[in-house]
Design a protein around this ligand. Structure first.
Ligand SMILES: Cc1ncc(COP(=O)(O)O)c(C=O)c1O
Length: 436
């Protein structure tokens, strides 16, 4: 019997010891955060709701930042390093020639089902070290809320989660999971904050948005003694923590004796795709490799595709400083989609800078999601793993691209990040399916 080699695994002792910071290799410094012309200084407010450790990382230009031993232990406990797999069965189903190969990284294997655990463990570790007994946060898909609830529990902290109502309503399983970890969970807009109460008064049926939930999380942290806010995407320190994904993948491609020519991932605020791609982007900037990058988005929130490169707030109420990023406007209305986690108005400043340098391509799929879940189903039926609705966008783009390369007769080694699993999101797959 022939042996199939479809898994490229790193031993535990090769878990990265340092995070990679692209800021060190950018040809120009990242535009710094600023204050709006009106209202109180948001920059002065930052240390009141963000951890000292992450604020230091946020503005660091050191290329490598050591991962504290305590965080490495937590990563190992959470099952890192995670496998890189070759999609041999999918390749066969797509009838790809030998010169087009597909690989995927399995962030779906985390305890709560997504890459979000990587930064949740880091942030709660720092919160405990800095003496905070409680963390507050927002969540869109519920993946970040679950990850923070889990990580808070491991680090002995209380946790409060403001969850975009659109997803809160149809994911009771994720709510139970967060409660199991001991977190308090509120549908956002909520009655817990002044901002939430104002929005509910205007519209009691408000479905919420990630930008609104962020505003509520920040307001809550500012008003509660001993509480500190943690963010699940967008900011540079979050993407920094996620670079373990890409750093592992670089080593795994050495074991596979192959080299990716195109990296793909779904993209909301940019944390999974940033974590996956930034170490590769760094090597491209250092002249060590050639590779292209593609972000898969929804037309509901095509921040990279249709956004403007402007200074904007990261939250709906405008509590954050202004960040230079591709944005659709911090208070933009976006239609509901099943992949709630990618429905966000702006792209991480560091990924926006990469986009501005023409190194990052982006595609946005229609709001009906029919094509995305049809392509995801080809992956599910061949590889057998269930991607999260969000991750399905990356899977879809990888299949679309592979078929495009086949049509053109070009070589390609495509690697995509399966940022999470969809076991607690079954309705997304069941409801809208009028598949192609
Ligand atoms: C599984 C999964 N993938 C991707 C995303 C999108 O976020 P980001 O672009 O920060 O990775 C989310 C957000 O909730 C998610 O839950």
């Amino acid at each position: 019997m022939s042996e199939v080699n479809n898994q490229f695994n790193l031993p535990v002792n090769q878990l990265p010891k340092r995070w990679y910071n692209l800021a060190a290799d950018l040809p120009e410094p990242l535009p710094p955060p600023t204050d709006p012309e009106e209202g109180p200084s948001r920059l002065e407010m930052l240390p009141k709701f963000l951890l000292k450790s992450v604020l230091k990382q946020e503005s660091s230009t050191d290329r490598w930042i050591n991962i504290p031993e305590g965080i490495r232990e937590l990563f190992i406990q959470a099952g890192r390093p995670r496998p890189l797999m070759r999609a041999l069965r999918l390749e066969k189903a797509l009838k790809l020639p030998d010169n087009i190969r597909l690989y995927y990284k399995r962030e779906d294997l985390s305890p709560t089902g997504s890459h979000k655990v990587n930064t949740a463990l880091a942030q709660t570790y720092y919160a405990a070290k800095e003496g905070f007994p409680e963390v507050t946060t927002e969540t869109g898909a519920g993946q970040w809320g679950s990850a923070l609830a889990y990580a808070a529990s491991l680090n002995g902290l209380k946790c409060r989660v403001f969850w975009v109502r659109a997803a809160y309503r149809w994911k009771p399983g994720r709510r139970t999971l967060m409660n199991l970890f001991g977190a308090d969970v509120f549908a956002s807009p909520s009655k817990e904050t002044e901002f939430g109460r104002k929005l509910l008064k205007e519209n009691p049926q408000h479905v919420g948005s990630l930008g609104i939930a962020i505003s509520e999380g920040i307001e809550d942290a500012l008003n509660r003694d001993g509480s500190i806010y943690c963010l699940g995407s967008v900011l540079s320190h979050v993407l920094l923590h996620q670079t373990v994904i890409g750093l592992e993948t670089i080593e795994q491609f050495k074991i596979a004796e192959d080299n990716p020519t195109l990296l793909i991932g779904c993209f909301g605020g940019g944390s999974n795709f940033g974590g996956f791609s930034l170490p590769f982007i760094g090597e491209v900037l250092q002249g060590k490799r050639e590779c292209n990058f593609l972000a898969a988005q929804s037309e509901a929130s095509p921040n990279l595709v249709k956004g403007k490169y402007i200074y904007d707030h990261g939250d709906h109420a405008g509590l954050t400083p202004l960040l230079k990023m591709y944005s659709l406007g911090h208070d933009v209305e976006m239609p509901e989609i099943w992949a709630e986690g990618i429905r966000y108005s702006a792209a991480a400043p560091i990924m926006s800078a990469v986009r501005k340098m023409d190194m990052l391509d982006a595609v946005a799929y229609p709001v009906d999601e029919v094509h995305v879940y049809s392509q995801a189903r080809r992956f599910i039926q061949t590889e057998g793993f269930l991607p999260a609705p969000e991750s399905s966008y990356g899977v879809c783009a990888a299949i679309d691209k592979a078929l495009e390369f086949k049509e053109k007769g070009e070589d390609a080694v495509i690697a995509f990040n399966v940022s999470g699993h969809g076991f607690l999101d079954m309705q997304a797959f069941a409801k809208p399916l009028k598949l192609e």
